[in-house]
Design a protein. Structure first.
Length: 277
């Protein structure tokens, strides 16, 4: 036990330095402002009041939540059939397909997003291939959605695939023996048992999508401003660290609420399955 405690020390130090201290610093800046010659900092709620009373900031927050929701829905609708096909493939084919899904994630996300600028730009490959010379593909909401789906859909596919692969095949055989067709088996057996993977995928897609800043910056071209861009702008361009920290704390609370709701849904789903069993 003592040896285990000693081995845990580097991880505890890492958590303190890389997670706890930065969060405490952001929390400090969020509730303080520059003081006078006597007191360097003064406690205030002005940054939060400013955010919630400014229509533009609330509109950007709403737009970010909507974009993240759309991204998550598209990832579920596209990711589930792909994950289902992978899970039903032979072991050799499944390994190849999983490698093909994970291979792009080995490349830096920023580099992958940059590649879409060349594909979507005026006179680019997609514009010429689809014959859409008069249609603007880059710097639109569609381009931002495409970039987010492209970057985050592997997480959805892998989570659902893992859930489907862990499923007991005897349950599917029992469903068929009881006279259920393939659609009934999917709706009553396969999909309910894979919901845990779907929920995990939703968490891994929605949470980073709602706070993403470089995807809308690159593919939106500054014309499509999300809450992540506001935070980046406050820290880097404007230099208002206090207000930027306050927005970061608001987003942290929103993400924690989303994680709590996702966990509650997952627990409810698992509890319902256990009662049926």
């Amino acid at each position: 036990m003592k040896r285990f405690s000693q081995l845990a020390i580097p991880y505890v130090v890492w958590v303190i330095l890389m997670i706890l201290l930065p969060m405490l610093l952001i929390l400090f800046y969020a509730f303080t402002t520059q003081g006078n010659e006597i007191v360097n900092f003064t406690f205030t709620f002005d940054h939060f009041i400013r955010f919630f009373t400014d229509h533009d900031f609330l509109l950007i927050l709403w737009r970010s939540l909507v974009i993240a929701f759309k991204t998550t829905v598209i990832c579920v609708l596209l990711g589930y059939p792909i994950a289902y096909f992978i899970a039903r493939s032979s072991d050799r084919v499944r390994n190849i397909l999983v490698l093909a899904i994970t291979l792009p994630t080995w490349i830096n996300m920023l580099v992958r997003t940059y590649s879409w600028i060349g594909l979507l730009s005026e006179g680019g490959i997609l514009q010429n291939l689809l014959g859409l010379q008069d249609t603007e593909l880059l710097y639109t909401e569609g381009a931002v959605l495409l970039g987010m789906v492209y970057n985050f859909i592997p997480f959805m596919i892998l989570q659902i695939n893992t859930s489907l692969c862990k499923m007991d095949s005897s349950l599917l055989e029992a469903s068929a023996d009881l006279g259920a067709n393939k659609l009934q088996t999917f709706l009553r057996v396969t999909f309910p048992l894979s919901l845990s993977g779907v929920i995990s995928g939703i968490a891994l897609v929605f949470l980073p999508a709602v706070s993403s800043f470089f995807i809308p910056k690159l593919l939106g071209g500054g014309q499509f401003f999300l809450i992540g861009n506001v935070i980046e702008n406050q820290f880097i361009t404007v230099g208002e660290w206090n207000f930027g920290s306050a927005i970061s704390m608001i987003m942290a609370v929103i993400m924690m609420l989303c994680m709590y709701l996702i966990r509650r849904v997952d627990e409810h789903n698992n509890g319902g399955r256990q009662k049926k069993a």
